[in-house]
Design a protein around this ligand. Structure first.
Ligand code: GLV
Length: 387
């Protein structure tokens, strides 16, 4: 096994071992990728405040998410097409998360279905929903998630339509890939991916194909979203969906205090400050930059989490110190999956946990709950340089 010291090591292997169209799908933002880039460069601008001569024994990275104690307050975010990064990718990621003790979220746009993941895991996972114009499908998919024992519903509120990712168009992204000469040439160097893919039957959008009427191309995410995603999804419809579900709900994709107030007013158990990893509104601020204003607005009404830009335990610490009660990671674990399958996801989680633990200790803290603004050094005007 190669020596993996950080998420970037996994990213390099992911790139080497995975077909270009799927690596690019994960490692893209929309349009100019300004927001995608700033999600990570903004984390780098915040510095840490060392504190010495503290008793560091008895440390723990554990913390609650939705009232349940986890190995660390870090959940695996829903990521479309995970099962194209590696055969049966959603099952592998869910198994790694379960063994590690953190929540896994299955995307509507996954390759393995809700039932596939339920069959191969025993801990309840979370289900992320994109609502389609077909209300009957929405009702049935919620029933399927309930039957599979999903313990929370993640409603993504920032993707009624897809922000354009240039690379996906240039690569002709489809699930499964169409075997054009360019794709075949790429696959020639990704033989392990191809062999594993030949051995699985899971190569389509497992939650959708066979569950909904669809003429035309069922393999293209862009075609799907354009044709079928429900652009009517407003707060009333979100509330209706929450009532239909009747269980715990996380609203993901909030970027300002006004929307956060509306989200909290629905009674959501948690909200995720997120710009969808820079994949939707290019030009939006990084999640990190808007996080404190949202914590201030609704932090006493609902659990505030964040995602977008987290690639290390240091990043997790910064988000928690700014008031997030938990975070979600997407690319960080997808790089692990594309690099090494299930052990790669485990390695990604280990790396982040070790970084969080060491960094917390060097900041003089022994639990995530103790983290706060005092642990950070933030450039003047960082949070109010835009209005
Ligand atoms: C889907 O959620 C995507 O960002 O591609």
């Amino acid at each position: 096994m190669p020596v993996i010291t950080c998420i970037d090591d996994l990213k390099r292997l992911h790139k080497r071992r995975t077909p270009k169209m799927f690596y690019d799908y994960a490692e893209s933002g929309s349009y100019t990728e300004q927001t995608f880039r700033e999600n990570t460069t903004d984390f780098a601008q915040i510095r840490l405040n060392q504190k010495v001569a503290v008793d560091l024994t008895g440390r723990s990275t554990a913390g609650p998410m939705l009232g349940e104690n986890r190995a660390m307050p870090v959940a695996l975010a829903p990521v479309g097409l995970t099962g194209m990064q590696r055969a049966d990718g959603e099952i592998k990621a869910a198994k790694a998360a379960e063994k590690f003790g953190v929540p896994y979220t299955l995307s509507t746009m996954s390759v393995c279905s809700i039932e596939d993941v339920a069959e191969h895991t025993s801990a309840p996972f979370w289900f992320q929903i994109y609502t389609l114009t077909d209300d009957d499908y929405n009702r049935r998919v919620l029933e399927r998630a309930r039957a599979a024992g999903c313990s929370a519903l993640v409603i993504t509120v920032d993707l009624q339509l897809l922000g354009q990712r240039h690379k996906d168009l240039k690569n002709g992204l489809t699930t499964p890939p169409k075997l054009t000469p360019a794709v075949l040439a790429d696959l020639a160097t990704k033989w392990r991916w191809g062999l594993e893919m030949l051995q699985t039957k899971r190569r389509f959008f497992g939650n959708i194909v066979g569950h909904v009427e669809m003429e035309g191309d069922t393999s293209s995410l862009a075609a799907w979203t354009a044709a079928k995603f429900d652009q009517r999804l407003d707060w009333d419809r979100i509330k209706h969906l929450m009532d239909m579900w009747g269980g715990k709900v996380i609203l993901k994709g909030i970027l300002n205090p006004e929307d956060a107030e509306l989200a909290a007013a629905t009674g959501a158990d948690a909200i995720v400050v997120s710009n969808h990893g820079g994949r939707q509104l290019d030009g939006a601020l990084s999640s990190l930059r808007v996080l404190p204003s949202i914590v201030q607005a609704v932090g006493n009404k609902t659990e505030v989490w964040m995602d977008s830009g987290i690639r290390s335990g240091q990043d997790v610490l910064k988000a928690l110190a700014l008031g997030a009660k938990g975070v979600m990671i997407g690319r960080a674990y997808i790089h692990g999956l594309g690099a090494m399958g299930e052990p790669g996801v485990t390695r990604a989680l280990e790396v982040i946990q070790k970084e969080l633990d060491t960094t917390m200790a060097l900041c003089g803290e022994t639990t995530p709950a103790a983290l706060g603004r005092h642990n950070l050094l933030v450039p003047k005007d960082f949070f109010d340089s835009y209005s």
